[in-house]
Design a protein around this ligand. Structure first.
Ligand code: 4AD
Ligand code: MG
Length: 427
């Protein structure tokens, strides 16, 4: 008897063989002479049949949903079984008999979110988490292929990156500190040593908005490098996204299909992405009857309306400096315009923001003051402009927003195992 993973059985490697699988009861249906079990492990779900005359019958009768077990039997191909194979059970050994499992078909979405620790066992969450892990892998592969060094920035920080309104404060012994909103400023430090750097780390936003695209804790893919401009930045970002999407379409095809995601949408992500300026975006919105004026920031509805026209990832660049952060570089001949770029996708809107960083010390000090920030909070950041300043760019891509788009998820909370929102922090 060989212990196998369920995926091996479904892949047809065990036809006619005696095998053992270890896992949990996913579904159970009892007939007079036959019990149908769906058994799941980390790799898949397999139908198992238990006949009344089998030695496994009495244990099969006792089994409850989510009980853990070892099941031995013979693999048989059967076109009626989901996946094309089933195991005819010969012996069952119960490992942990489950109490009455609270998640049943009639339960509300609300309830399912409350028992996240149990819902994570669902096939759906299993698939999403596997694809997520793969997407992280492809991201690292791409950065590595471009000679980037992965670095580990701190999460406790002493000054805001992205403005005070979404900053989480905390008591750090007897000091007031914050949870980081972005690792950008720390990546900027590291480019002076390592040049091309990136990190994949949590970012925190005290975000009160309850939308399908906001979390209070999310995973942020951020890159930063010197001697580059807006074109280099957009080219890098689109190549990264195309690589992630194509690799996912290719290597995670089965999981995407089982999840009901659109594989073709991902495989057809090709560079170059369309690029429009902020001004052009405002004009496009005006044609749609929007009252938005030059200088206003886009809301979620504006972004969605623009994204609908493209129906694929695209860039908007050259934003009004007033709606962008203090560190954004502005055009010398047009100080009202920041060299900042967002990537947008259908339905979700913005998935990344990046840009050229202000590398001139005096201009940076002016921007810090204009934005009502305290110069002394950014003293170390100004040092980077004092000692060997260089032109440099960087961006931040929200992993969960990316996954929400890639996998056609209804809500961002399903893109992360333990979502944190205004109301959700349990378990
Ligand atoms: O646009 P943001 O605020 O830009 C920055 O933080 C820059 N410092 C990044 C950089 O240049 N290194 O955030 C970047 C991305 C957004 O485009 C979005 O995808 C994601 O982070 N994001 C969120 N994702 C989920 N929930 C939230 N509340 C998010 N806020 C931002
Ligand atoms: Mg942004």
């Amino acid at each position: 008897m060989t212990l196998v993973k369920i995926r091996e059985v479904l892949d047809g490697c065990c036809d006619g063989k005696k095998v053992a699988v270890r896992g949990w009861v996913y579904r159970k249906r009892e007939g007079k002479t036959m019990i149908f079990l769906l058994i799941r492990d980390s790799t898949g779900v397999i139908q198992c049949t238990v006949r009344k005359d089998s030695a496994a019958w009495s244990e099969a009768e006792r089994l409850t949903i989510e009980s853990s077990l070892t099941l031995e039997g013979t693999v048989k191909s059967d076109p009626r079984a989901p996946g094309g194979y089933e195991i005819v059970a010969e012996a069952i050994s119960i490992i942990g008999l489950a109490e009455l499992f609270p998640i049943t078909k009639d339960k509300s979405e609300q309830f399912i979110r409350d028992v996240r620790h149990l819902w994570l066992r669902s096939r759906r969450m299993n698939l999403i988490m596997k694809i997520r892990a793969n997407v992280l892998g492809f991201t690292r592969e791409f950065f590595k292929s471009q000679d980037f060094t992965e670095v580990s920035p701190p999460m406790f920080i002493s000054a805001a990156v992205e403005g005070g309104s979404t900053l989480f404060g905390l008591k750090y012994f007897d000091q007031d500190l914050y949870l980081t909103q972005s690792s950008q400023l720390y990546l900027e430090i590291l480019i002076y040593s390592l040049e091309k750097v990136y990190c994949i780390a949590p970012s925190f936003r005290a975000e009160k908005s309850r939308t399908i695209r906001h979390l209070t804790e999310y995973w942020h893919i951020e890159g930063e490098w010197p001697f580059a401009d807006m074109h280099d930045l957009m080219r890098f970002e689109e190549e990264l996204l195309a690589y992630i999407c194509q690799q996912t379409a290719d290597k995670c095809k089965k999981q995407l299909e089982e999840l009901g995601a659109d594989v073709t949408k991902l495989s057809s992500v090709k560079t170059p992405f369309p690029r429009i300026t902020y001004t052009e975006a405002v004009e496009r919105l005006a044609k749609k009857g929007s009252a938005l004026k030059w200088g206003d920031d886009f809301g979620y509805d504006d972004e969605k309306a623009l994204a609908e026209e493209f129906n694929k990832p695209f860039f908007i660049y050259d934003y009004p400096a007033a709606v962008k952060a203090f560190y954004c570089k502005t055009y010398r001949e047009h100080p009202e315009i920041a060299m900042s770029v967002d990537m947008l996708v259908p339905r979700i809107g913005e998935i990344s923001t990046g840009g050229v960083r202000e590398d001139d010390k005096d201009t940076l000090i002016r921007r810090i003051r204009e934005m009502g920030l305290k110069e002394e909070d950014y003293d170390w950041y100004l040092d980077l402009r004092r000692y060997g300043t260089v032109p440099h760019v960087g961006f931040g891509l929200g992993l969960e927003r990316l996954l929400t788009w890639m996998l056609d998820l209804e809500n961002i909370i399903d893109a992360i195992p333990f979502p944190r929102t205004t109301r959700r922090f349990y378990p």
